[in-house]
Structure formats: C-alpha cells, structure tokens
Ligand binder design. Sequence first.
Ligand code: MF3
Ligand code: CO
Ligand code: CO
Length: 266
Amino acid sequence: MNIIIKSSIDIEKMRLSGRLAAEVLEMIARHIKPGVSTEELNTICHNYITQVQDAIPAPLGYKGFPKSICTSVNDVVCHGIPNNALKLRSGDIINIDVTVIKNGLYADTSKMFFVGKPTVLGQRLCQVTQKSLYLAIRMIKPGLRLRDIGRSIQKFVEHANFSVVREYCGHGTGKFFHEPPHVLHYDADDDNCVLQSGMTLTIEPMVNTGSRHVFTDQNDGWTVKTRDHSLSAQYEHTIAVTNSGCEVLTLRDEECFPEVITHANL
Ligand code: MF3
Ligand code: CO
Ligand code: CO
C-alpha cells in the first residue's frame, strides 16, 4: 500500500503545521454567530493562514475546490463550499475543516461549532462524534490493526443510535493532502494494514442522526448531504504514530484530551 513513513524531522515540521491548523479553528470561534456568512468565515481564515501564518490553505484549488476551508452546516456531511448566501442561524451546527501546508507539510483538522443556542439533538450528535474520535485516538499504537479503529468507532456510534458515513474516510497525510492508507470509520477489510511508528494519519468520523446514506449536490459537484436531511457532524485530527502510542498534532487548547498518549507495555 506504500504508506509514507515520516522521519523525525518531518514529524517536527508536522507539529508546526498541526499547531497552525489548530490555531485557525481557535481563531475562528469568536466569529461564529447568527448572521455571519460562510463566505465571511472563509475570508477570515484565508487571510489568517496566508498573512499571519505565512502558510497555504490546502483546499483552495485542490481538484478545483474554490475556497480555502470547508464549511458544512446541519445536513451537510462534508465539503460544504463557503458562500455569501448562506448565513448562519441560531441552532445551526457547523463543521469547519482546515488543512494548512507549512514548509511543505500538511495538517488537516476539523471541529463542530454551535451557532447561538444549541439544540439538544445537535449537542448530543456533536458530543458522540467527538467521543468516537477520541476513543479511536486512544487506541492508536504500533501494531494496531487499522480495522480495529473503524470497528470501534462504528460500535460506539451505533450504540448511540446514530450512523456512520461510509463514503468518506480518514487518510494518511503529511507530504501530500491525501496519502494511503484509507482510514475507514466502520468495520471493513483493511488489507491487513498494521500501524507503525512514523505513520501520520487523520481520523475524521462523519456521524448522522438519521440514516448513513449521503448524496453529492450535482450543482456544485462538492457539497455532500445526508440523503434524509438529518443532521451530520464531524471531528478530525491529524495524528502521528509513535513508538509507544501516538501524538495528536492538531490538538487545541480548549480540548480536555492528552497531546501525547503512551501505552505502558510499549
Ligand atoms: N479536509 C478534507 C479532509 O478531511 C478534504 C477537503 S477536500 C476539499 O480530507 F477539496 F474539499 F477541500
Ligand atoms: Co482529512
Ligand atoms: Co479535513
């Protein structure tokens, strides 16, 4: 499958890329309120990444994607395109997905934001989705079967009576936006892929309150929505596999989660 193993120099560079990507999500938080358009959020992030961070927003121009971040509101699963017409309303949930390139290395991360007052269902969906990401990260160590990640996420999500999107997955990242392997968020064949130290990958479960099925907007060719228009949430981190566990390269200050996880018997 030709997974690219990163040197400690590459990982050090990815720590910086990861911190920058996380800082974009921290920076944008105060701008998320009723009445703001997703285009405005895009402009703020674009200017911050290019002018303050001296980095590159990877989505811009990627396979023709027209903006610098993805903004996915309510029933949008992923790849929402920022636009002027879409103004946030109280009760909305929005995923902002940021990928930056700094010194040639990528980091990819996303989180959910509540607009104004959150709904009970929106809040529960986001909490379950973030927990599914966290439980997966806690498993990461050399020797782990890739398949075990997806199985655990699916089990947890379905136990909460939500569903896991199957059409999109996590991925290796670092030298390129998307590298092997595919990191599925449900139980399926993984070609016997086993994690090893120096791998860097994303985990980014997409979870729906309704059925798992999705469709792509044929007008823009990008926006992915739930088929039944139920709510969808996603959280994403870029992670490095270490000798003893893993390191979360895109951790934010607000998160109650360890940056480095060490498994005792490794
Ligand atoms: N950031 C997304 C991911 O997690 C990919 C976005 S591709 C884009 O892999 F073109 F829509 F930006
Ligand atoms: Co990703
Ligand atoms: Co992403």
